[in-house]
Design a protein around this ligand. Sequence first.
Ligand SMILES: CC(C)(COP(=O)(O)OP(=O)(O)OC[C@H]1O[C@@H](n2cnc3c(N)ncnc32)[C@H](O)[C@@H]1OP(=O)(O)O)[C@@H](O)C(=O)NCCC(=O)NCCS
Length: 137
Amino acid sequence: MTPDALAALHARCFAMPRPWSAAEFVSLLSSKGVFLQRIAAGFALGREIAGESELLTLAVDPAMQRQGLGRRLLSAFETESRERGATIAQLEVAATNTAALALYKITGYTESDRRLRYYTPAQGDKIDAILMRKSLI
Ligand SMILES: CC(C)(COP(=O)(O)OP(=O)(O)OC[C@H]1O[C@@H](n2cnc3c(N)ncnc32)[C@H](O)[C@@H]1OP(=O)(O)O)[C@@H](O)C(=O)NCCC(=O)NCCS
């Protein structure tokens, strides 16, 4: 998947936080510890540093959601995180993102912290960011 394709898919999946540009994907993919797990209809971008792995983003094409692909990509992110030496996985998700929250909860992530009024949507009130963690050992 090219940076342009990653950006196009990201834009189909996200209004908030704002979608990332192809240039931002190029920059991220060349950053220390960053890795990509991808399938035709989606991708997970992770970063492992010093034993902690962060899920930077996870996206499944809206036309292909609810078919188990998000769960598969999350599992692939965790597997590569372990292979790279991570013992903890962490992520950040908007408090209003019910689909992602449901996925993370059923796969063993628990809330570790909350950033109040962290996201500013195009309309409406600011939204909390929920930080979640999962042990990989
Ligand atoms: C979050 C996302 C990656 C989930 O991908 P997906 O392929 O649809 O997820 P799956 O089919 O693997 O779902 C696995 C489980 O998660 C939960 N889930 C997923 N989407 C859900 C929804 N819309 N509502 C409620 N639960 C949901 C369900 O428990 C589901 O299992 P089930 O279908 O057997 O009930 C996808 O909705 C997406 O790309 N959203 C836009 C981008 C985004 O918000 N990414 C996460 C940023 S933190």
